[in-house]
Ligand binder design. Structure first.
Ligand code: SAM
Ligand code: SF4
Length: 316
């Protein structure tokens, strides 16, 4: 289950959020940490074993580190991961590690400070890079860099990104641009994984598939390059969706569970909790979530549909 701690963020990435930001959720509409822990505990009783903390930017919510420690202590939760833009990572890397976090996904869409500024509307490249170095120094065993590929924006850097994995113990993951923010330009900026693989084949060499089991490790299709330390992965939610192996659900910052990132359906846990629902009643809501999880989404290049106005309350 992915858990969004907040819709707020210290960046404004063009594919995720409008430039003017958002009408942020009122504080009292956000689930409290105790409410989130209750939902996670119940989900763990039903078989959820991995929690990914996300946002908005999870590290802008006060108390995030302590919350992560408590999530890791829940019986049945064997893996806690976080997706972050790394701006605050230098400050928090050691305490996150001490709190039990081991898996970090860091968003980075350009290795060029100016272009980073253009994409994220924040002049923070140096801080993000320093955050990545901090995570390495602390010794996180799993660091992935997530890059949303955009044609004409950062596709000229694909090979540079892949070459990072030659000597750095990080995995590089390219994500297909989903139709959220920057909707007017989505069609022209979207670049499919096949095109990215061709760019890599031309610029770096052969990609050798890595078998990762039944999809439980995540939705990425992974590869390695001979002689490189890290791996390269692709998340192709548009060109070749992976809905039939999707076992994810998403707890939004305001306490709804979404069975599918692409659909608009969600089940309101916050209202039920605040009306005094018992654990049995919340369990019935979980049944509902599983029953309404769609077989597959139907967004394609030919049939695009604006999924959301922003990814921030859901967490990607
Ligand atoms: N702020 C954190 C970060 O950026 O890593 C966590 C939240 S962010 C919403 C989670 C992930 O969603 C990031 O990897 C981001 O790149 C991805 N994302 C946001 N909008 C997207 C879009 N339109 N298409 C593809 N990925 C998107
Ligand atoms: Fe913030 Fe992450 Fe969205 Fe960028 S992708 S605006 S860092 S929430």
């Amino acid at each position: 289950m992915r858990v969004s701690l907040t819709d707020r963020c210290n960046l404004r990435c063009n594919y995720c959020m409008p430039e003017w930001g958002m009408h942020w959720m009122e504080k009292d509409t956000l689930l409290s940490y105790d409410e989130m822990l209750r939902v996670i505990r119940l989900s763990a009783e039903r078989g959820v074993y991995k929690i990914r903390i996300t946002g908005g930017e999870p590290l802008v919510r006060k108390g995030a580190v302590d919350f992560i420690r408590q999530v890791g202590e829940i019986e049945g939760i064997t893996e806690v991961a976080m997706t972050t833009n790394a701006i605050l990572l230098r400050q928090h890397a050691q305490e996150l590690y001490d709190a039990g976090l081991r898996h970090l996904n860091i968003s980075l869409d350009s290795l060029n400070a100016e272009k980073f500024h253009e994409i994220t509307r924040g002049n923070r490249f140096d801080q993000v890079w320093d955050g990545i170095l901090a995570a390495q120094e602390v010794g996180f065993p799993s660091i992935k860099i997530n890059c949303v590929a955009q044609r004409g924006v950062n596709d000229d850097e694909v090979v540079d990104f892949v070459n990072l994995t030659r000597d750095m113990a990080i995995d590089m993951r390219f994500i297909e641009f989903m139709p959220v923010s920057d909707w007017d330009n989505w069609r022209q900026k979207y670049i499919g994984i096949d095109d990215l693989k061709s760019l890599i084949a031309d610029g770096v060499g052969e990609l050798i598939p890595v078998y990762d089991g039944d999809g439980a490790a995540g939705p990425a299709e992974n590869f390695r390059i001979p002689g490189y330390v890290g791996r390269v992965g692709f998340i192709h939610a548009i060109s070749n969706h992976f809905c039939d192996t999707c076992n994810r659900i998403r707890l939004t910052a305001d306490g709804k569970i979404r069975p599918c990132l692409f659909g608009k359906i969600e089940v309101d846990f916050r209202e039920a909790i605040r009306e005094g629902a018992s654990d049995e009643e919340l369990n019935e809501l979980f049944d509902e979530v599983l029953q309404i999880k769609p077989d597959a989404h139907n967004i394609t290049m030919e049939r695009p549909e604006k999924m959301l106005t922003s990814m921030t309350s859901i967490g990607g």
